[in-house]
Design a protein around this ligand. Structure first.
Ligand SMILES: [Zn+2]
Length: 308
């Protein structure tokens, strides 16, 4: 069954990819005072918080700070065009605060979650890909902000996304494999994950990563859904996989501190006893675990990061 309601896989605006190279249309849209600009800086944006929801703070183009500009798209319901600008954030106004994508992702509307995810992904790319990889010349950003060009050799460069796999492995008793990464603080556990290697399929990456981290050999790898995770530039590809009987977990001690099989009852008991903490609701990991569990699990995440 496919995953639903992934916080960062929402988004309702038309990305208007055909307008990214139309300089005249872009100039006219930027000159329109009804256009709205989202300023992002280092994965953060200004957010207006009320009792039960969060909304991005947009500004008109005339008030936008200098910075790399990119087209985000158009709300087809009301015609509003949205741009992003990567620049220092303006000081928060009363009722607003600076928030990270990962802390506000579940609180935003579908439209705003999509706009912020898109903007953070593009800003991260612009911030770290400023020079031509062929000859080192500073590149020039194209009008739509979705590509850059080298003024010396003419090469064109596009945003980068790194595919990563994340997988819930079950044994013949339908227990799920959860692991604690050696780099994670406290009692946080999650399902296994890793980057897709060059020249490798996502399914091959699932099999390889599970074996590397736990020496468990999995079969029946099947895709369940994906979520962009532009922190800084990943696309998380979610999978389920089966571990045939008779295998012992042997963790790769450098990356994985410990890994165990959990039945549904054992998982619930461990969370309630605060022996473990699950990944936050913004993550695809949390959704895959809850899909296997069959419903929402109690949150042990800090109050400030819970959905309201
Ligand atoms: Zn070049």
């Amino acid at each position: 069954m496919p995953l639903e309601s992934l916080a960062l896989s929402r988004g309702t605006v038309d990305r208007l990819t055909e307008k990214r190279t139309d300089a005249a249309w872009l100039d006219a849209a930027w000159a329109d005072p009804g256009t709205r600009v989202l300023v992002v800086s280092d994965g953060r944006a200004l957010v207006r918080l009320t009792d039960d929801e969060a909304a991005l703070v947009f500004i008109p183009p005339a008030e936008a700070p200098d910075g790399t500009r990119f087209l985000l798209g158009q709300d087809t319901a009301d015609g509003t065009v949205y741009f992003g600008v990567s620049a220092a954030l303006p000081p928060p106004l009363p009722g607003t605060r600076v928030m990270w994508l990962r802390e506000v992702g579940t609180l935003l509307s579908d439209r705003d979650a999509g706009l912020l995810t898109h903007a953070v992904a593009l800003a991260n790319w612009h911030d770290t890909h400023t020079h031509c990889p062929v000859d080192g010349t500073p590149t020039v950003v194209d009008p739509g902000g979705h590509s850059t060009r080298c003024p010396v050799d003419g090469t064109e460069h596009f945003p980068r996304t790194d595919p990563a796999v994340i997988m819930l492995v079950t044994d013949p008793d339908d227990r799920c494999l959860l692991a604690r990464n050696a780099a994670w603080p406290g009692r946080r556990v999650s399902i296994l994950a890793g980057f897709v290697d060059p020249g490798e399929s996502a399914e091959q990456a699932v099999i390889r990563e599970v074996a590397e981290e736990t020496q468990i050999k999995v079969t029946n790898v099947r895709y369940v859904g994906s979520q962009p995770w532009p922190l800084p530039r990943s696309l998380m590809l979610g999978f389920r996989a089966d571990a045939p009987a008779g295998q012992a977990i042997v963790v790769d001690a450098e990356e994985i501190a410990e890994a165990y099989w959990f039945s549904r009852d054992e998982l619930l008991a461990a969370i309630k006893a605060r022996d473990i903490a699950l990944p936050p609701p913004v993550s695809i990991a949390r959704h895959i675990i809850e899909q296997w569990y069959g419903g929402p699990l109690p949150s042990t995440w800090p109050e400030a990061l819970r959905p309201r």
